[in-house]
Design a binder for this molecule. Sequence first.
Ligand SMILES: Cc1ncc(COP(=O)(O)O)c(C=O)c1O
Ligand SMILES: NCC(=O)CCC(=O)O
Length: 416
Amino acid sequence: MSSELWKEALRYFPGGVNSPVRAAVKPYPFYVSQGKGAYIYTEDGNSLIDYVLGYGPLILGHANEYVKEKVIEQIEKGWLFGIPSRVEIELARKISLHMPSIEKIRFVNSGTEATMNAIRLARGYTKRDKILKFNGNYHGAHDYALVDAGSAASEFGVPNSEGIPQEVLKTVIVCEYNDLQCVEKKLKNEDVAAVIVEPVMGNMGVIPPEKDFLKGLREITSTYNTLLIFDEVITGFRLSMGGGQEYFGVSADLTTLGKIIGGGFPIGAFGGKREIMDMLTPSGKVFNAGTFNANPISMTAGLATLEVMERENVIEKTTYVAEKVTEELERIKYPHVINRVKNMFQIFFGVEKVSNATEARRAKKEVYLKFQVNLMKNGVYFPPSQFESVFTSLAHYDDNVISDTVLAIKKSSELS
Ligand SMILES: Cc1ncc(COP(=O)(O)O)c(C=O)c1O
Ligand SMILES: NCC(=O)CCC(=O)O
């Protein structure tokens, strides 16, 4: 039973969990025993249609057969060598084919590591210390990212974590998302190594960039010789095979990836222009290393996932599911706004517009949570936090999954 496991978990783990957002499930987290396709199964004998999908990586759904076979084949051959293996080249080739701005890449183990290293590299390359980020963007859980951070940092009321040295904080400048004037002013007045941005915000709910925001960032950063880092940990291989850059037609100097490119196994990557990437050890003097970097299991699962995506038009199918689900959400009587870009979306109650983190924080979280709990009772799992994105997968591209979701939304919409 989940209730018993939770009681024991509270003894071992701070707050009962190993990543904070998991504790946001009310009244206490359910424990998952299995996942298959669009469904997860709980220790309490319930099944739920899963719209969280491991917070984004599982774009094919749970336990995809092709990915599973490939991973098992690799396990038969061994799972860690600390020596290069063929599959890392195959995955790199595929990524750079779809994302031409990535001429060279380094594989790490999480999105956190990806942004931490991309920022260090930008500093090394430009010989400048400062970076600029946006309020509510989440770039992982390292010191330079936990300033006005979204996701669980906002959900749990600590957008600015304790434990980060003042010296570090002085190097991080924050602007509001979609505010180009702020960026222009800061870059004019300070020496900024890099601007890091989520091409679509997926960590304050979903917030799209306004028209010309990303193009504007490209122009301003070029003017001031500041690097533009697209954090595509969520959007890479989700908005399009070429990520947010292809979707919006804007090219970044450095790109961070994670989630989907590991097919559900731990992954991160950062890549970009050859001359910048070559500053990385061992060809250059900006250090990065890792026991598990480019481990063959994550490489294999990622490659298999991208192969299925190429074959099966996954982005359009997952977008179709998101359209159907949001059409039903639109019918909810309680005043709300829905932000959707392709196959990622979120609903905000009691507000008319959400175009930045400040506006997202004004939404009625308590109404969202009531809706989320209602949905769980009716067999559908949405993120337990207003500040996460709803995701769809290939496994959701199924009439029964869609109609069961629509029915669950109808039954869950009494919110006043
Ligand atoms: C845009 C973005 N960047 C970075 C990260 C950090 O990735 P990870 O959780 O793998 O460290 C996340 C994670 O959720 C993310 O959404
Ligand atoms: N949007 C934030 C994440 O996806 C990370 C998941 C976690 O923090 O457990």
